[in-house]
Design a protein around this ligand. Structure first.
Ligand code: SF4
Length: 344
C-alpha cells in the first residue's frame, strides 16, 4: 500500500438549522486517506459520520445544512470551493458512494442495466452499446451470474445480495479514485455480508481505488479497514491502525463499541452489551467531554473541559480522553472485557 494521501479532510464543521436551533452535526473533524487504503469511520447513528461523507462528496442538503468551516482536499483541490457544475464532474466519476439500502436507492422503474450504465454515459463520450459492454464487464468483475440477463431485470426481481452488487457496480463503473461505502452490508444477512466484504477487498486491488467505510459494525471494520477513526457526537475521539484500536483502545467509547460485538463463546441467554444512555443533544453540545453522561469513568474535569488529544507510542494512535492525561491519578485507562471478540 502506498502512503500517498489522496484525500484530506481538515477541521470540517457542518451544522443544520432547525426550528429548535442549529444542530452542530460535525464539529472540527480531520482525517485523511492514502492511495489503495481502506479507512473506517465508526460510531453510532447520529454521530456525524454520514454527514461528513455527504459533505465530502457534495451531497448535503443545501436547504438547511451548511459547512461552517474546514477544507476537503482531493488531489490538491479544496472540493468545498467547487461550483455545483464542477462538483458534478467529480461525483460518480472520481468519487462514488455505495448507499446502505439498495432497495430504497435503486430506481424501481428502470432496469438495473440502465442504472449501471447511467453514470458511465454521463461522464464519458461513448455510445449506449459501449456503455452496455462496460456494464457487462463490471458485472463480470463483481462475479454477478448471467450479467446480460440480469441487466434486463428490475430491482425487485433480484435478491438483496444481488442488489447490493448492482450498487457496487454503479459505484465502480467509472473506476473512481475513492469509493465511500455507507453501511454497505447493513441490509444483508451474514453470509451475503461476508461475500460483499470479500468482494470489496478484492476490488480495491483490481481497480486501484481507495475505500472510506462508514459503519457501526466492528465486525465489518475488522475485516476491511487498515485504519480506524472512532467518531462520537460530531468529533473524532480515537484514531489508530486496526490492530491498535482493536487490541489497545484508549477511549471508553471505543471500549464500549468493541464490547458490543457479539461473541461466539457467550450463551444465547446472555444479554448483548450495549453502551448505556443516548448521544447528547448537538444543538447545545456539552461543555466538556460529550461522552461524560454515559461514561463509567467520568470525572469532574470531564464535565467542564474538553479532553485534549493525547498521542500514544503506536504510530498515529491518539484519543481524546482525560483518563490518558499524564496528571490523571485515576490513570488506569480503558481496557477490553476479558475475551472480547475482534469481530473476525
Ligand atoms: Fe469518560 Fe472523561 Fe474520558 Fe470523556 S474524558 S471518555 S467522560 S473519562
Amino acid at each position: 500500500m502506498e502512503n500517498k494521501k489522496i484525500l484530506e479532510v481538515r477541521d470540517l464543521v457542518v451544522s443544520f438549522d432547525t426550528f429548535q436551533g442549529s444542530v452542530q452535526a460535525v464539529r472540527g473533524v480531520s482525517w485523511y486517506l492514502n492511495r489503495k487504503e481502506t479507512i473506517a469511520i465508526v460510531g453510532e447513528s447520529g454521530c456525524g459520520k454520514t454527514v461528513t461523507i455527504q459533505t465530502v462528496v457534495g451531497l448535503n442538503p443545501k436547504k438547511n445544512g451548511s459547512v461552517k468551516g474546514g477544507e476537503v482536499l482531493f488531489e490538491g483541490k479544496n472540493l468545498l470551493d467547487l461550483t455545483p457544475k464542477q462538483m458534478r464532474k467529480v461525483q460518480g466519476n472520481q468519487l462514488s458512494i455505495i448507499f446502505q439500502d439498495p432497495f430504497t436507492y435503486l430506481n424501481p422503474t428502470m432496469t438495473v442495466g440502465e442504472q449501471i450504465m447511467e453514470p458511465y454515459l454521463q461522464h464519458h463520450a461513448v455510445s449506449r452499446e459501449e456503455a452496455r459492454q462496460k456494464a457487462i464487464e463490471i458485472l463480470k468483475l463483481i462475479s454477478l451470474p448471467s450479467p446480460e440477463e440480469n441487466m434486463k431485470r428490475y430491482p425487485h426481481q433480484l435478491s438483496g445480495g444481488m442488489r447490493q452488487r448492482i450498487m457496487i457496480a454503479m459505484a465502480l463503473i467509472c473506476s473512481p479514485r475513492i469509493v465511500f461505502a455507507d453501511e454497505p452490508t447493513t441490509a444483508l444477512d451474514v453470509t451475503i455480508q461476508a461475500q460483499i466484504i470479500e468482494l470489496m477487498n478484492s476490488l480495491k486491488e483490481k481497480i486501484d481505488t481507495s475505500i472510506v467505510l462508514i459503519t457501526h459494525d466492528m465486525g465489518v471494520v475488522a475485516n476491511m479497514a487498515d485504519r480506524i477513526y472512532v467518531m462520537y457526537a460530531g468529533q473524532i475521539v480515537e484514531h489508530g491502525d486496526s490492530d491498535t484500536v482493536f487490541h489497545r483502545p484508549k477511549h471508553p467509547y471505543t471500549w464500549g463499541l468493541l464490547n458490543s460485538v457479539p461473541r461466539l463463546d457467550k450463551k444465547v441467554a446472555d444479554d448483548l452489551y450495549s453502551i448505556p444512555g443516548t448521544p447528547p443533544d448537538l444543538i447545545e453540545p456539552p461543555k466538556g467531554c460529550a461522552f461524560a453522561a454515559r461514561c463509567p469513568y467520568a470525572m469532574n474535569i470531564c464535565r467542564t473541559s474538553q479532553p485534549p488529544r493525547i498521542e500514544f507510542e503506536e504510530k498515529e494512535h491518539y484519543a481524546s480522553c482525560w483518563l490518558n492525561h499524564p496528571e490523571c491519578i485515576r490513570r488506569r485507562g480503558p481496557v477490553r472485557r476479558e475475551g472480547a471478540s475482534d469481530g473476525k
